[in-house]
Design a protein around this ligand. Sequence first.
Ligand code: ADP
Ligand code: GLC
Length: 487
Amino acid sequence: MRILQVSAELFPLLKTGGLADVAGALPLALQAAGQDVRVLLPGFPAIVAGLADARPMAELTAPWGDTARLQLGRVPIDGAPALPAYVIDAPRLYDRPGNPYEDGGRQPYGDNHRRFALLGWAAAQLARGLDAQWRPDLVHAHDWHAGLAPAYLAFAPPDAGHPRVASVFTVHNLAYQGLFAPWHFSELGLPPAAWGIDGLEFHGQLSFMKGGLCFADRITTVSPTYAREIQTPEQGFGLDGLLHSRSRVLSGILNAVDDQVWNPATDRLIPRRYDRRQMTGKAFCKAALQEELGLAPQPDALLFVVVSRLTEQKGLGLVLEGLDALLAQGGQLALLGSGDAELEAAFRQRADAAPRAVSVTVGYSEALAHRLFAGGDVTLVPSLFEPCGLTQMYGLKYGSLPLVHRVGGLADTVVDASLEDMASGEANGFVFGGFDADSYARAVRRAFALHQRPADWRAVRANAMSRPADWGTAAARYLDVYAEALG
Ligand code: ADP
Ligand code: GLC
């Protein structure tokens, strides 16, 4: 099957969150399953700079007048076969300061509707045979940035002699919907039938997310629990009715872990490698991390780590509230994150007040993230909601036991260290139910209590490190969904 994956980010070229990890790993897993996969990406500077063997493929003029050059090259990935990539080269749209979505002052760019409509529109052009050498059977669009691809496909005129190109849309996070002023709809080159309650209109605004939700043949999201949660008013962000009405074509496929990137036995970004049979390397990583971060060099101090975007979603207010108790029990906290200015300031203040016990690094560092999972004892992910979550899975894999709120993909991947689940060998972390300071604090106390029983701690850690999280399994599920979409 020829599959075109469409997303705004892709590790290792450009990453702001888990979307990039998934967009980087899934195509390789599909390739390994024998599929013919290509990706389509906007030409953000890091993507253009990272593309190998790029050559111009076509000139594009969007319905609203923007022009771009489509490049075809490949994503350079060590040890993997080449991943062909189409990149929309349009510096006027994509070569800007800030992150892919916002300017330096964290304001969304005013022309985001055009910047990302171009992504969906270009996907539809490829589906129409823009590249005579390679035409996809199926387009798989990720998140609102690519949400118009299914809409453009649905409204493309019939293509005599060529089978219909199917579409799959994956929701990575329903909280980000790509909402714009309604008058931009007329720029998109879509027919009036694409507007309205069964189309791109959302309470009077233009919704890119609805492009995917209304017009894709199949919808997926990144965990089974989140697939259920988004059909409820509490977690549906106003789209629960629509999602519920499409529940027969909606499924949850749990993300996995890219073993080439996240594996303590082979990771070149950590000071000493280890695996679950040979854990001395982890103790070394912990000591090295404490030294690097200026934390007290205590092997027995339970070291809690956080690697996170600093947004309300991540529930880090609970970590701040519970910090005194955590420190009073002899714990340490090391955080790496960036985002919300108030959260940054609050965590910085705590580090200034107790530099030997709390370390806060504001910023983005792939390498430090690896060292944190390797050196940490517990990975904190107390998210208010979490479609899947990858950091708890990295914590599992690196033996830094996740402590999570029972929600979304966190509920699907972490099993609390209760006596019965320890006895059955399934316990792999700490899970709390109520999203409140007390429930969180009790889970933290549970972590300390388990740590006081070294044999039990080691057993739970071994469970964590052996949890299967193979992209091959997820890719097989996606192939089933693709077959349904084509069917
Ligand atoms: P989300 O996509 O909602 O941010 P995930 O847990 O799915 O949450 O994925 C987050 C990804 O981003 C992980 O790979 C994590 O290691 C990474 N990450 C988040 N913040 C940082 C940071 N400040 N520095 C380095 N990596 C980060
Ligand atoms: C989103 C979600 C996160 C998920 C990631 C990759 O950013 O917030 O939970 O793991 O996408 O699917």
